[in-house]
Design a protein around this ligand. Structure first.
Ligand code: ZN
Length: 96
């Protein structure tokens, strides 16, 4: 799933260490639904612009743990937002 520009990052030792730390920190519990979680998710999404900014990429406060299902939902949301759709604070979908 990793995009080309972020491949090196996701393969880096720093990221591997940090992501296992995050999994431990949250006891492998998805922060959305409480089920088993294994996906370390960037709250502020990694982009080609911020890939070299450790305040985004390696910031513990920018990371939460999700299960596959919740992670996919978030990813889908981000894609929809990128397509000109967005969700309001009540979770309703709008187009720009
Ligand atoms: Zn979940």
């Amino acid at each position: 799933m990793a995009k080309d520009y972020s491949k090196d990052f996701y393969n880096s030792r720093k990221w591997r260490n940090l992501s296992s730390y995050i999994r431990e920190k949250y006891n492998h519990i998805c922060q959305e639904c409480g089920e088993f979680g294994d996906q370390v998710h960037h709250i502020v999404e990694i982009t080609p612009e911020n890939i070299n900014n450790p305040d985004i990429t390696l910031n513990e406060n920018n990371l939460i743990l999700l299960c596959d299902g919740c992670h996919n939902k978030k990813k889908k949301k981000e894609l929809d937002v990128n397509d000109g759709l967005y969700f309001d604070s009540d979770g309703n979908l709008h187009s720009k």
